[in-house]
Design a protein around this ligand. Structure first.
Ligand SMILES: Cc1cc2nc3c(=O)[nH]c(=O)nc-3n(C[C@H](O)[C@H](O)[C@H](O)COP(=O)(O)OP(=O)(O)OC[C@H]3O[C@@H](n4cnc5c(N)ncnc54)[C@H](O)[C@@H]3O)c2cc1C
Length: 563
């Protein structure tokens, strides 16, 4: 097809998630003319659906709070956890640039952060593990600041927001969980919900942005302020080359193809391949049909384009995907949503069992490890799934998946079959199709020790990460309580993912490498198009967005000749 138009810029950025916008804003700040080409009609990708936490050790917010560490501590931690997948050049580049990235954005752009001073790393017993301060999140944002851009911001995920309102982990979430227990929490929630309802009436969407919504909105504001051209419904189809150098791309738009000439090059940040069925089949041998939470438009385009010019997809990672247990929710309109089980598994009074009624892991592990354990424990040929089991009182207190705590009613979810219920554990097992004797035995064994706050089978509550996920007000162990009295509830969870870990091989400057390990001139990758610097491990919350933001920043800076 003959291109209808030719465009020119310094840097083309494919995609509009965290990796892409970080690169675009950095490059534009350093004087480059930048075009962001987004294939979808809205901007933000999976990043806009995310919790928004970024793992960025040694960030300035931690330092200002007195948490000062040199690069060797997190480096040691990652060396230990990543094992054979530890790539010192890339890990060091990440750890050196992460605090610079946070400092750059908070000083020069509209991005502001809040610290995660109490959030520990996942494997608290490993050398170098952090006990708090290594994570940051974008500060809440008023969408009015976006002007017309607000209409191009991807809306939040239905399942993780409350009527379209995003709730931030920490004091905000705690208020929602304690709304019937504390007048202060009730006042906070009343204010938030009241304003949200007004926003819905006036603007047709929530305007108090938090989490990934706040991150993307702040990046979009910053990009627009710096003159970045933000194009939607513009799909990067293939890369152009001058000799060996990547010099632009062919773009697909509703009005035809466009040839784009990029003086410096192209950043691939199209969100990995969670919806590329063929590549998933090749890369996820153990489970090619897991339920991904990523946006449908993340179809592996960046990886395919990188390969076309000699880039290599690294499949040697410990895991090809960033796992998360997921339950399927049938909404009243007939659509089926996916709910990520991030929070309630760590609370006291819940266990996860397979169809034989037996537990298979410490339920308070990170989401990635829970799914990895489910994949390992499920018998060959059987459906890979587990059931989360708790009392009704637990569900009313902490929620169970999409079934929110008091005062949100649960009856519709029981009627739809999402929640299974039983007056006794045996009745619950029958309702779920779980082995009755197996589950009765498991709950009896678990409860016997749980009354003393102990879990000899799997050691719940033995790391700072698990204890933070628990309930500090519950004693003696914030992660362990008996499952009693009835009635009881269960929800079925399956393997899911936040997205993919496997991606293009890159160096410490985010440049895509060819088969000889040499950088392909003019080609960068960021976000999940780049093989995860964590080597397929999940050492801390925020290990997708922290590196996405950091390597985007590195790519933008390098493209502008500021590396
Ligand atoms: C519910 C949920 C919570 C999460 N919470 C966290 C968290 O708190 N911390 C964390 O670190 N991670 C979290 N994650 C994971 C994280 O959100 C993703 O790993 C991350 O957003 C991926 O960013 P990205 O920049 O690679 O891609 P994306 O944000 O997915 O953006 C990619 C964009 O590229 C576009 N695109 C695709 N193909 C093309 C093409 N050919 N041309 C142009 N555009 C194209 C897509 O439409 C998309 O908009 C969460 C994920 C989910 C689903």
């Amino acid at each position: 097809m003959t291109p209808v138009q030719t465009l020119h810029c310094d840097l083309l950025v494919a995609g509009s998630g965290a990796g892409a916008l970080s690169a675009a804003v950095t490059a534009a700040y350093h004087g480059l003319s930048v075009i962001v080409a987004e294939k979808d009609a809205v901007l933000g990708g999976t990043s806009a659906w995310s919790g928004g936490w970024m793992w960025a050790p040694r960030n300035p917010l931690a330092q200002r709070a007195g948490i000062v560490e040199d690069v060797e501590a997190p480096l040691d931690y990652l060396r230990h956890v990543l094992g054979n997948n530890f790539n010192e050049e890339r890990v060091r580049a990440f750890l050196v640039a992460a605090p610079e990235m946070v400092g750059f954005f908070e000083t020069h752009t509209q991005l502001r952060f809040e610290p995660g001073l109490r959030i520990p790393d996942t494997y608290g017993n490993a050398p170098g593990a952090g006990t708090g301060g290594r994570s940051v999140i974008a500060a809440p944002y008023d969408a009015r600041q976006l002007g017309d851009l607000v209409h191009r911001l991807r809306r939040p995920l239905r399942e993780t927001s409350y009527m379209g309102m995003t709730i931030q982990a920490g004091p905000d979430l705690a208020s929602f969980m304690n709304v019937t227990r504390s007048p202060r929490a009730a006042a906070h929630v009343a204010k938030r919900v009241g304003r949200h309802l007004l926003d819905l009436a006036r603007h047709g969407r929530g305007m108090q942005l938090r989490n990934g919504q706040a991150l993307i909105a702040r990046l979009l504001r910053s990009a627009a302020d710096l003159g970045v051209e933000l194009r939607t419904e513009m799909r990067v189809l293939s890369l152009l080359r001058d000799g060996e150098r990547v010099s632009g791309a062919v773009l697909g738009t509703p009005s035809g193809e466009i040839e784009l000439r990029a003086r410096i090059g192209v950043v691939l940040a199209t969100g990995g391949f969670p919806h590329d069925a063929l590549r998933r089949k090749d890369s996820f041998p153990a489970d090619s049909d897991h339920l991904t939470l990523a946006v449908p438009s993340a179809t592996g385009d960046g990886l395919a384009m990188g390969e076309q010019v000699g880039g290599q997809v690294d499949l040697t990672l410990a895991s090809p995907g960033a796992w998360c247990p997921v339950s399927e929710v049938r909404h009243p309109d007939g659509s089926i949503g996916r709910f990520p089980h991030i929070i309630e598994r760590g609370k006291p009074g819940i266990i996860g069992v397979l169809a034989d009624g037996r537990r298979f892991c410490n339920e308070g592990l990170g989401y990635h490890d829970y799914v990895a354990a489910m994949l390992t424990a499920s018998p060959a040929g059987a459906e890979v799934a587990s059931w989360l089991i708790c009392s009704r009182a637990f569900q009313r207190r902490y929620g169970l998946g999409f079934a929110r705590p008091t005062p949100v009613p649960v009856e519709p979810l029981i009627r739809s079959g999402y929640l299974r219920a039983g007056r006794t554990i045996g009745e619950l097992a029958s309702a779920c199709g779980i082995d009755v004797a197996g589950l009765e035995q498991t709950v009896a064994d678990y409860n016997r020790h749980a009354v003393n706050g102990e879990d000899p089978a799997f050691g719940r509550g033995t790391t700072p990460y698990q204890r933070l996920q628990g309930d500090a007000a519950h004693h003696p162990n914030p992660c362990v309580a008996p499952i009693a009295p009835g009635p009881f509830f269960a929800v079925k969870v399956k393997p899911g993912s936040f997205g993919t870990f496997a991606g293009l091989r890159t160096d410490g400057s985010a440049r895509v490498l060819n088969a000889q390990g040499q950088p392909i001139t003019g080609l960068y990758a960021a976000g999940t198009d780049m093989a995860s610097v964590m080597g397929g491990h999940y050492p801390a919350g925020g290990i997708n967005l922290g590196p996405a933001m950091t390597f985007g920043f590195i790519a933008g800076r390098h493209a502008a000749g500021r590396a």
